[in-house]
Ligand binder design. Sequence first.
Ligand code: FUL
Length: 470
Amino acid sequence: MIRLLVFALFFSLCAPILSAQSDLHKFPVPTAAQLAWHDTEFYLFFHFGPNTFTNLEWGHGTEPEDVFNPTALDCDQWCRIAKQAGAHGVVITAKHHDGFCLWPSKYSGHTVRESKWRDGKGDVLRELSEACKRHGLKLGFYLSPWDRNHPQYGTPEYNDVYVNTLTELLTGYGELFEIWWDGANGEGPNGRKQVYDFHRFEKVAAQLQPKAVIFSDIGPGCRWAGNERGLILTETNWCTLDTAGFQRGLGAPPTDTLNQGNVNGALWIPAECDVSIRPGWFYHPEEDDKVKTPEQLWDIYLKSVGRGANLILNVPPDRRGRIHERDSASLVAFGEKLRKAFDKNLAEGKPCRLGQGRHWFEAGITDENRNTFAEFDVVPEESFFEIDLKKKKKFNTLIIREKIENYGQRVQVFSVKIWEKNKWREIARSTTIGARKILSFPQVKARKLRIAVLAAKAPPVLNEVRVFRI
Ligand code: FUL
């Protein structure tokens, strides 16, 4: 029996039923900041600092400040390319493990201020944050807890230093969408290791930038996806995770758990896939011919964003302080492919009905309006969405979204069928959906298609289906 079918447009009428339903299922759900983060989908990562000039990946922290000397820094160029690539934001290494600060921090003696660059008056973060505003990109900062330069590293005072530098970043450059804490934790200049006061860092971040999502192995905002290839490795990706007993770095959950999440995880901590467009995170001239192709980027996109995660793609600026021509060519071509691929939604505004047994209901999930949605029971073979494309059309890709807002993630298995030669033929089957699923299959030609949920943690709530020929 149909439990409920609601459109948010009639929300006021249905609200009592809706809340009664929702109370039945106390699943973790995203916060407002996490919802906005899910919609940010794809952004660029900039690893930039002394390593760019010394050809290292992990600087020692002893590099003279003068090595940092970009000859033609152009953050507008970075942002233009990010936009053309289809990215919605950028994250930069404000400080990597070598401790060098790309801004003139009051709490360090190892910063742009101590370098010759712009006569010690430069601030990369200022230039980037202003460029982001001009180009309509969101901004995030990577602030490495591990610091191989700071004299107080390895003592309780370093936690104060970290809080102070974090405060500078969170108060000096406008609104941030993400704060990045990597898991590496080695020794500082005195051979000492640090015990980080992450609890305090989290509190400071929540207070100063409540809309920023914190990335780390275990969140709290979003989680590392367990590999640096940018991939959700299987079709399954739960936005929920259990973190009790785990820590960042060596004490993190196993990488396959980070990749798939926990089906009944207690917390909403969705996956972010990180990968570099080159073999290294920092720029190395000898890698100029190892830039990933647009096709490789597309494959990564489908296996990260397409599997409900976010994608952070590293594009390291070179010694001029510009994105290298090879990288930009690849990114621009990828961006074009992305725009073309999802340009024409064949299902837009087409009739979509929810069928269950002999009952049919109109379902507002083809209207490109994320606020309309439909909730239904799982009754294989009897309960499904049917979309009528009105004419036979060729297609090979679907985008499906669950209404994670208020409802969380529920679908465990779903299938897609088309009406062909007077019967329904299954053309694809997959597992989780969550924030989004981009489902590809060999091209078919059909007028009608059905999406049925075969297993779910609770009555599924979908709010969007789009159909494409890519
Ligand atoms: C890791 C770091 O050790 C790498 O240098 C890089 O920044 C990567 C994104 O995160 O933890």
